[in-house]
Design a protein around this ligand. Structure first.
Ligand code: PMT
Length: 399
């Protein structure tokens, strides 16, 4: 899936250079969307950016497009990176001050991706304490603010304030990309949540999984730039932004979807709590009292075991072990039986950890016999640690 870069263009003569930047980004394979301020339109036309990017350039919040009312939110959600070029003194200070009064500023405030500002302005404006303070604030908040070039300016002055050249901006943005998205291009399949095994139209067999652990893992992998597919049983969680979401219900459906996506995945993480048994027959009518004294159950397919058997070379297979007793021995047995690289052992016998909780207590066991205790943390923190460990492990098997 190509990464989405949103380029914000504010009003400055350097806007013409942004056309080259957009062209270079498109050539590198990014899906580029341009948002222009009203002032930017005085320097360069929207048509130029539309032609180069292949996407409609967005010019103001009240544009009458079919999606206009949610566009700033949808683009902010889709963006893997935001580059503001040129970034005028006005735009820098507006964002530092949290002002959102047009399409560009509203989208910037809603964005959660890395933001690169490339300032361009007159030297005195650049050196003004207000501008410098805004830059400090933005950097402190984690934004990337490039230096400016020194040289002849459009106002005939000489000094700092020239926007960096498109090639320099591209190189800088790519280095930010690479440092943050070190799993770029890695295909990760995560399963999460419970499966639901229907007995009749009213009743079912399931388990206590909320999906929180698996969703946190998918989110952590997306944040590192991986191409994530999340196969999820029925849960009450919001979809993971930028992950391909696949909804399933039963163990049979989970098996079909996981098998389909596992073939093309570099890393498979089975966090779902798949039912081990399912009713032999599903009644199309609600079973009446007296009719439902015993329900014949049959074993479901052990998805992970099947994946372990067909594991392709270089693929990393990670399982979870939900245990209430004899934890480590049971997990080690699953690690071996299912031909896994890593198993994440968690104790699901406690009320404040494991199923449903925001916390978990995980120990990773590796196939070489080593282990790593990740301790008790929030599922988000653990997910980042788990992704870190899997990524490190992947490097060792690639050597
Ligand atoms: O969803 P949460 O509320 O956040 O809770 C998280 C969790 C406790 C569900 C999660 O951390 C976890 O432990 N998931 C695995 C639960 C489980 O089914 O464990 P198991 O020990 O029964 O199975 C071992 C492994 O085999 C698991 O990776 C499981 O996905 C897989 N399996 C199991 C049965 C089956 N038929 N097919 C499988 O692939």
């Amino acid at each position: 899936m190509p990464k989405t870069v949103v380029v914000g263009v504010s009003g400055g003569i350097a806007a013409y250079k942004t056309a080259y930047l957009v062209s270079a980004l498109v050539k590198k394979g990014y899906d580029v969307h341009v948002i222009m301020t009203k002032n930017a339109l005085e320097f360069i036309s929207a048509l130029t950016f539309e032609t180069i990017s292949g996407n409609a350039a967005i010019t103001d919040t009240f544009q009458r497009s079919e999606e206009h009312d949610v566009k700033h939110v949808s683009l902010a959600k889709r963006a893997d990176m935001f580059i503001v070029a040129p970034a005028t003194a006005n735009i820098l200070s507006k964002i530092a001050g949290g002002i959102a009064d047009d399409m560009l500023t509203t989208t910037l405030l809603a964005a959660r991706c890395p933001i690169v500002f490339t300032p361009a302005m007159n030297t005195a404006m650049y050196e003004n304490q207000a501008t410098q303070e805004s830059i400090r604030i933005l950097k402190k908040r984690g934004c990337y603010v490039m230096d400016t070039g020194i040289g002849a300016l459009a106002c005939r002055d000489e000094g700092a304030g020239r926007m960096k050249e498109p090639e320099e901006i591209l190189e800088y943005a790519q280095s930010v990309f690479e440092s943050l998205f070190d799993m770029n291009g890695v295909k990760v399949l995560v399963s999460a949540g419970p499966t639901v095994e229907d007995i009749d139209p009213v009743r079912f067999i399931s388990n206590r999984s909320s999906g929180k652990m698996g969703y946190a893992i998918a989110t952590a992998a997306v944040a590192r730039g991986a191409d994530v597919t999340l196969v999820s049983g029925p849960v009450a969680l919001e979809a993971v932004a930028k992950a391909e979401m696949v909804s399933v219900r039963s163990a049979k459906q989970m098996h079909e979807s996981v098998t389909k996506f596992a073939a093309g995945s570099d890393v498979v993480i089975m966090c779902a709590a798949v039912a081990d048994y399912t009713p032999n027959e599903v009644s199309s009518q609600k079973l009446k009292k007296g009719q439902d004294k015993s329900i014949e159950l049959v074993r479901t397919i052990d998805i992970l075991k099947e994946l372990g058997r067909g594991k392709k070379s270089g693929q990393v297979l990670v399982g979870f072990a939900a245990e209430t007793n004899n934890h480590e021995n049971s997990a080690k047995e699953k690690l071996k039986n299912k031909n896994l690289d890593i198993i994440a052992l968690n104790d699901v016998g406690k009320h404040d950890e494991g199923f449903g909780s925001d916390y978990n207590n995980i120990k990773l066991l590796y196939k070489d016999g080593s282990g790593k205790d990740l301790g008790i943390k929030t599922k988000q923190e653990l997910a980042k640690d788990i992704i870190d460990c899997i990524f490190e492990y992947r490097k060792t098997i690639a050597r």
